[in-house]
Design a protein around this ligand. Structure first.
Ligand code: DX5
Ligand code: ZN
Length: 224
């Protein structure tokens, strides 16, 4: 199974409810919420109140991506606001093992995120603690950037490690996904796909979500 997680960073925040209903109708599996603090990344986006509002208008799981310093201080509030998956950046966590356990203790699924320059090996020791490994395919901070092609090799290597160790976390991609590259990332082992601009910056986010899902699902059926 492959999942599309539309990123509301690219949505029109004045019409957020409608925009979320539109992607639900197109088959979105989760709603991806990008939280930026202006320190870990050079941009500021949304926080706990928006996540809590989104929680009220959708039954889909919320995939909350914390691009913030000191995530431990905010994990309880995001869990309370209704986050189902809380993703923390490896680079922001000095005590990553502790942070991932903290997320689970608060009733959410822990995920870890790697920036494009962060070695996959840096999370070897915590792979058995996570439900998701998100490999960034852009440098975080902004929507609408171009996919970094060398990410494909990173997805393949992570998928090999996952199989070798018999683990069942989902491999997730975030950044620069389009209808042109979605099949490649699926063939490289990705099963959860975050999409911002290619869904919300189109005239019909329902149709765009559906097209992404169809193409991604088709790619799971092709053996290479
Ligand atoms: C980047 C964010 C992404 C972003 C993806 O810092 O984590 O979730 O919204 O947007 P697109 O799909 O436009 O690259
Ligand atoms: Zn994100």
């Amino acid at each position: 199974m492959v999942e599309i997680a539309p990123s509301i960073l690219a949505a029109d925040f004045a019409r957020l409810g409608d925009q979320i209903r539109a992607v639900e109708a197109g088959g979105a599996a989760l709603i991806h919420c990008d939280v930026m603090d202006g320190h870990f990344v050079p941009n500021i986006s949304i926080g706990v109140p928006v996540v809590a509002s989104v929680r009220k208008i959708t039954k889909l799981p919320l995939d909350v991506h914390l691009m913030i310093e000191n995530p431990d201080a905010y994990v309880p509030a995001f869990a309370e606001a209704g986050a189902n998956v809380i993703l923390v950046q490896q680079e922001a966590c000095i005590h990553l093992d502790r942070t991932l356990n903290l997320i689970r203790e608060h009733g959410a699924k822990p995920g870890v995120v790697l920036n494009p320059a962060t070695p996959l090996e840096s999370i070897e020791e915590v792979l058995d603690l996570v439900d998701a490994v998100l490999i960034m395919s852009v440098n975080p901070g902004f929507g609408g950037q171009s996919f970094i092609p060398r990410s494909l090799g990173r997805f393949r290597r992570m998928e090999e490690t996952r199989r070798r160790r018999g683990l069942d976390f989902v491999i997730e991609v975030d950044g620069g996904i389009t209808l042109e590259n979605i099949e490649e990332v699926v063939r490289a082992g990705v099963r959860r796909i975050v999409v911002g601009s290619s869904i919300f910056h189109t005239p019909d986010p329902t149709a765009a979500t559906r097209a992404m899902l169809e193409r991604a699902t088709h790619a799971t059926m092709i053996r290479v």
